[in-house]
Design a protein around this ligand. Structure first.
Ligand code: CTP
Length: 400
C-alpha cells in the first residue's frame, strides 16, 4: 500500500499526443487505491475520449466548466478544495502558459487557479516549444509558486525528431505524485536510516558467504518512510531498485555496513536494521581464486562487528538515533530469542519473524511479524505485505 491509497486526485489531461499514456497513469492511480477525477480539455478530447477514463476510473469524467448537474456544486470549486493533488499529464506549452498567467478559460485551468493543494505537471511538447524563452519563463514562474514538475525526457517526439520534450513515463509520473504527496506525510522532518539485504563476506575474488535475505523488507521500509515524508538513507546490499528520492549507500560486507550506518546515524530520528548481517566472515580473503585440491577445505571464520551493539554505544553517548528497531529472523523459540535480543541490543522495538514459514521472510512479498517493544508491549501482526509491515513499524517509530 502506497501513500496514493485513499487520496483524491484530479488528473488533468491536455491536448498532446502523450495523452494516450494518461490512460496508463489513471489505471495505476486507481489500482493504488486513489480516487481519480479526470478532467479533459477540449483539445485532449481530440486525442483520447472521456469514455476511456470513465471506464478506468469508474467515475464521471469532467470536460466542460459549465456542465454542472443539478444539485451539484460548481465542479472547479468543489474539486479544487477536496483533492489531495492536481496532476496535469500531459501539460502542453499552452496550458503551462495559461497557468503561469493565471488564466482560467477551461475547467482544468480554473481548478489550477482555484486550488490551494499541491500541483504536479508532466510537460510534453516539441523541443523548440520547451526551449522557447516564453516557456522557460512560464516554467520558472510555476516552479517559484511551488508547482512540482516531472520530465520532460529527451527522446523521439511526435514530429519524429529527437530532443527534449517527451512526457515522462507513466511509472515515473506516478512515483513523482507519491513524492509530492509525501510532503504532507506524517514523517515530514524525520531523518531515518534503514538497512537491507544480507551482507556478503568474501572468501576469494570470486566467492563469498551470504544468507537468503533479498532486501525486500528493508527496501519496503525505505519506500514507505519516503512516502510519509521522511528523509531516508538506505544502506543496502541488495541489487533491488532503490526508491527515488532516497539516499542510497550500496555496501557488501558487515564492516562496510557498520561504517555506513555509523556515518548516517548522527542526528537521526530512527534506525531500522532490517539487514541480515553475517555474524562471521572468513579470517582471510585469498588474494587469488582458491584452486580445488584432493582433500576437503576448511575455512577459518572470525566475528564481524555487531552493528546494533556499536549503535547502542553511540546512542548512549549522543542520544541518536532517537529510536532503534531491530529484526530477529528465527527458526525456533521466536518469542524468547526476540525478547532476549531486544534487551541485549538495547532496542526500542524488535520485529520477529519465523523464517521457517514459506509465506513469510526471505524472498517473498509477504511477512508475518510480531513486534516486541521495550515497554513490554507485544503486537502480533497477521500475514501481510512487506509494505504493510513497514507501515506498522513506522507507526510505532513515529508514535502513531
Ligand atoms: N545485527 C547487527 N550486526 C550483526 C548481526 C546482526 O546489527 N553483526 C542486527 C540485525 O540487523 C538484526 C538484529 O541484529 O536487526 C538481530 O540479528 P540476528 O542475526 O537475528 O541476531 P544476532 O545477534 O546475530 O543473533 P543470532 O544470529 O545468534 O541469533
Amino acid at each position: 500500500m502506497t501513500n496514493l491509497h485513499g487520496k483524491r486526485i484530479v488528473l488533468g489531461i491536455t491536448g498532446g499526443i502523450a495523452a494516450y499514456k494518461s490512460a496508463a497513469i489513471a489505471s495505476r492511480l486507481v489500482q493504488s487505491g486513489a480516487m481519480v477525477d479526470v478532467v479533459l480539455t477540449e483539445s485532449a478530447q481530440k486525442f483520447i475520449t472521456p469514455l476511456t477514463f470513465q471506464s478506468l476510473t469508474h467515475r464521471r469524467v469532467f470536460t466542460d466548466i459549465f456542465d454542472i448537474p443539478p444539485a451539484e456544486n460548481i465542479p472547479h470549486i468543489e474539486l479544487s478544495h477536496q483533492i489531495d493533488l492536481l496532476l496535469i499529464a500531459p501539460a502542453t506549452a499552452n496550458t503551462i502558459a495559461k497557468m503561469a498567467h493565471g488564466q482560467a478559460d477551461n475547467l482544468l485551468t480554473a481548478i489550477a487557479l482555484a486550488t490551494d493543494k499541491p500541483i504536479l505537471i508532466a510537460p510534453a511538447m516539441e523541443t523548440d516549444m520547451w526551449e522557447h524563452p516564453a516557456t522557460r519563463r512560464n516554467i520558472a514562474t510555476l516552479t517559484e509558486w511551488g508547482v512540482a514538475q516531472v520530465g520532460p525526457a529527451a527522446g523521439r517526439l511526435a514530429s519524429g525528431r529527437m530532443g527534449r520534450g517527451r512526457m515522462a513515463e507513466p511509472d515515473e509520473i506516478v512515483d513523482a505524485a507519491r513524492q509530492v504527496l509525501a510532503k504532507n506525510g506524517d514523517m515530514v522532518g524525520m531523518r531515518v536510516v534503514v538497512t537491507a539485504g544480507g551482507t556478503r563476506e568474501p572468501i576469494d575474488p570470486v566467492r563469498y558467504i551470504t544468507n537468503r535475505s533479498g532486501g525486500k523488507m528493508g527496501h519496503a521500509l525505505a519506500e514507505v518512510a519516503r512516502d510519509r515524508g521522511a528523509q531516508v538513507t538506505l544502506v543496502t546490499t541488495a541489487g533491488l531498485p532503490a526508491p527515488s528520492g532516497v539516499s542510497v549507500v550500496r555496501v557488501n560486507t558487515a564492516a562496510e555496513m557498520a561504517d555506513a550506518v555509523l556515518t548516517a546515524i548522527p542526528e537521526s530520528d530512527a534506525l531500522v536494521m532490517a539487514a541480515a548481517v553475517a555474524d562471521y566472515r572468513p579470517a582471510e580473503i585469498a588474494p587469488q581464486k582458491i584452486k580445488k585440491g584432493d582433500g576437503g577445505l576448511t575455512l577459518s571464520l572470525v566475528r564481524t562487528p555487531d552493528i546494533l551493539q556499536l549503535v547502542a554505544k553511540y546512542r548512549a553517548e549522543t542520544g541518536f538515533p532517537r529510536k532503534v528497531v531491530g529484526f530477529a529472523a528465527e527458526t525456533t523459540d521466536v518469542r524468547r530469542n526476540a525478547q532476549e535480543k531486544l534487551a541485549r541490543k538495547r532496542l526500542d522495538w524488535i520485529a520477529a519473524n519465523d523464517v521457517s514459514r514459506t509465506d513469510a521472510g526471505f524472498g517473498v512479498e509477504t511477512n508475518q511479524v510480531t513486534l516486541f517493544g521495550a515497554d513490554g508491549s507485544v503486537v502480533e501482526l497477521p500475514l501481510m505485505s512487506k509494505t504493510a509491515v513497514a507501515a506498522e513499524i513506522w507507526n510505532r517509530v513515529a508514535g502513531k
